[in-house]
Unconditional design. Structure first.
Lengths: 164, 290
């Protein structure tokens, strides 16, 4: 079958690669672009380990056919830290001890990223709903929710300082 | 990787319909893909090729003209959940918000929810209560079919080869209406509904003048339950009416399920979800139109 010329923006950079259109976005990110921060868990949209952000919305990259991402903007876990500095969420996950084996962490952080972009002051219920599509089998969710609360508070503070 | 022999990504509906017609049923339309992509990747579903509808502008958008709402079939659950235009049809927004997870709601579409014909499809229960029509387009023309008549069994629809669901149309419930949706799952996120219920009531001069009740995941497809609607019509919104309704709902579910093993669970469960939803519509935060 003909290859599909897939053009998209990944972590701010324009990408143009010929791909087999039967590949999932997850396969292209990991095996073609070598962005292995995105994990495959269940492969059916239950666990959220493969979550990425497409045009500002959280999706499971195992459920997206690669050509469906054509002309769209993708953010993966590799794309959220700028200039070698950890993102506020990444720091908060470390501070709260919200990482154990780490397999769910990229998806969790991206889910939290989308949540905070839409709701900068989420309550615990909002956070639980925001990460409802992401499973963690180690720490449980208490520390992860704590980390998101820390990040929200940190971002509020940053914004306050910037406003002065 | 999916084993596809053909893949097309047309920019217009006309082009998509031409591809589907000329393939003689070999190609299948792809909407959001949240069910089809994993089924193909796991080898559970086989097909020759896909016509991906994701770049077709005619299939998108939510609009209102007078009292009619139009929802493009490729509208995602997130689009529906967040659309201010759908405020008068809060049952549909609540149903969309109950689907899957944030990830699934970003990607899954209302057209896909219909075409997939799952007994537990959350938005379909709301659409059946709204008496929504689906517009089906093919190279030969267009036809309009009630969503309730389009579905004919688990995973089965009357959508013909070469046809695509273009849009969903329904009338906004009249002034004085309130509506809601409730779902019972094994857990909150990502649960396939064990049962779902959508109700619209219209209140005039203190009495319910019109009622629509739809139940999902009890039969092969979500369906309206006229016997339960009759329980509500003509009555005042009261606690005794809720009690009468849940007794009728238990009976209805028992009759629908017959001797199936799930009957003892579901006839109890329907009482809980019906009580909660009616309480919300009668006395609570259930949103009132007008």
């Amino acid at each position: 079958m003909d290859l599909f010329q897939l053009e998209m923006k990944v972590n701010g950079e324009a990408v143009s690669v010929p791909v087999n259109p039967g590949l999932r976005l997850l396969d292209v990110l990991r095996d073609v672009l070598h962005l292995s921060g995105t994990k495959e868990g269940c492969g059916e949209g239950e666990c959220g380990a493969c979550s990425v952000i497409i045009d500002g919305e959280l999706v499971d990259s195992c459920l997206v056919l690669a050509p469906q991402a054509h002309n769209r903007e993708i953010i993966t876990i590799e794309g959220i830290s700028a200039d070698g500095e950890l993102d506020t969420l990444q720091s908060a996950f470390l501070e709260a001890g919200a990482v154990q084996c780490g397999y769910c962490t990229p998806g969790m952080i991206l889910a939290a990223k989308v949540l905070l972009s839409k709701n900068p002051k989420p309550g615990r219920q909002d956070i639980a709903r925001g990460i409802a599509g992401n499973l963690c089998r180690c720490t449980g969710y208490a520390k992860i929710i704590k980390a998101v609360e820390l990040a929200a508070a940190g971002l509020q503070q940053k914004e306050g300082e910037a406003g002065v | 990787m999916l084993n596809l022999s053909a893949y097309y990504q047309p920019d217009s509906l006309a082009e998509a319909l031409a591809l589907l017609t000329h393939s003689g049923g070999e190609l299948r339309p792809l909407a959001g893909g949240t069910d089809l992509v994993p089924a193909l990747a796991k080898g559970e579903t086989h097909l020759d090729g896909l016509v991906d509808l994701c770049k077709i502008p005619e299939l998108r958008g939510i609009s209102r003209v007078d009292d009619q709402i139009r929802i493009g079939s490729l509208s995602t659950f997130r689009d529906i959940e967040n659309s201010p235009l759908l405020q008068p049809a809060s049952l549909l927004r609540e149903a969309a918000a109950a689907v899957g997870s944030p990830q699934i709601r970003s990607q899954g579409t209302i057209g896909g929810n219909i075409a997939n014909a799952s007994p537990a499809a959350d938005t379909v229960t709301a659409l059946v209560a709204l008496k929504a029509l689906a517009t089906l387009e093919s190279a030969a023309g267009s036809r309009s079919v009630p969503v309730s008549e389009l579905l004919c069994g688990v995973g089965k629809t009357k959508i013909r080869p070469g046809e695509v669901i273009k849009e969903i149309l329904f009338q906004v419930p009249p002034q004085g209406s309130s509506s809601g949706f409730i779902k019972l799952g094994r857990r909150k996120a990502l649960a396939i509904a064990r049962m779902n219920l959508a109700i619209i009531i219209t209140v005039e001069a203190g009495r319910i003048s019109r009622a629509r009740v739809a139940l999902g995941a009890v039969g092969p497809n979500p369906s309206r339950r006229p016997a339960l609607e009759l329980v509500l019509i003509g009555q005042e919104q009261s606690l005794p009416l809720i009690d009468t309704f849940i007794i009728a709902a238990e009976k209805e579910v028992s009759q629908m399920l017959g001797t199936r093993p799930s009957v003892s669970y579901k006839r109890e469960a329907v009482k809980g979800i019906a009580r909660e939803l009616l309480h919300r519509l009668f006395f609570g935060t259930g949103q009132v139109v007008g």
